[in-house]
Design a protein around this ligand. Sequence first.
Ligand code: GUN
Length: 291
Amino acid sequence: MSADLIDGKAFAGQVRARVAAQVARLKEVHGITPGLAVVLLGEDPASQVYVRNKGKQTAEAGMASFEHKLPAETTEADLLVLLDALNADSAVHGILVQLPLPPHIDENLVVGRIDPAKDVDGFHISNVGLLATGQKAMVPCTPLGCLMMLRDRHGDLSGMNAVVVGRSNIVGKPMAQLLLRDSCTVTIAHSRTREIEALCRGADILVAAVGRPEMITADWVKPGATVIDVGINRIPAPEKGAGKTRLVGDVHFESAAAVAGAITPVPGGVGPMTIACLLANTLTACCRANG
Ligand code: GUN
């Protein structure tokens, strides 16, 4: 490996410490405690782990955490009633509905019901539009975390060639918007992109967000490029024993790290930054709500 390792775990710790210090000051000076409500439907194990981590880190930052764990059969109407109540609750500054939702629920309808000012995920169409038009928006947490790591490494990103592999609403599209806002030349690549390898090899910044384990190998990486791996994929690991698994990204770490200038590991890269940015967004929402 010749690339520098971008330590998302350590960086996220610094972000959380900064947030916690500001939360303490808000409480002391203004008597305000930022509050984050998380809504989870059903028993999906990965979602339960995320929600538990969010609750723990919210409390550690000194914020109020309101968890609403509902059965998978909860009706859309009941979920909307809960969101209306959270929208109206002045102790709640941020609302996150854990996705994916069960198939009988219209995700767009639910996300659209969240007050955009409390939409700490940045998924509401108002925030998507504000970001796309360069206005003050709630920015989705994962791409925001990626941007923070890129700015930390490079300072000014302007003029850099950035390729984002993946076009999801949660990561790929907002990531591209953020890089464009920082004056990168941005390309979004996806499953239909022609000569994707060569395209990626032209990138100074390569962001992988496709959800395909270890798809991006050394041949895709420009020597010296910065590689941000958003993927979190669980694959079989027979070398660890029968039935065991391990986490890998969308980038084949070992080969890419031999070529890249800097790279995020999985785990310990982008993942921890997502929750740190969620806390930062909740603080931002609280500050905006209180003038
Ligand atoms: N499910 C997986 N990641 C996320 C996220 O960032 N926000 C929400 N609401 N659900 C998710």
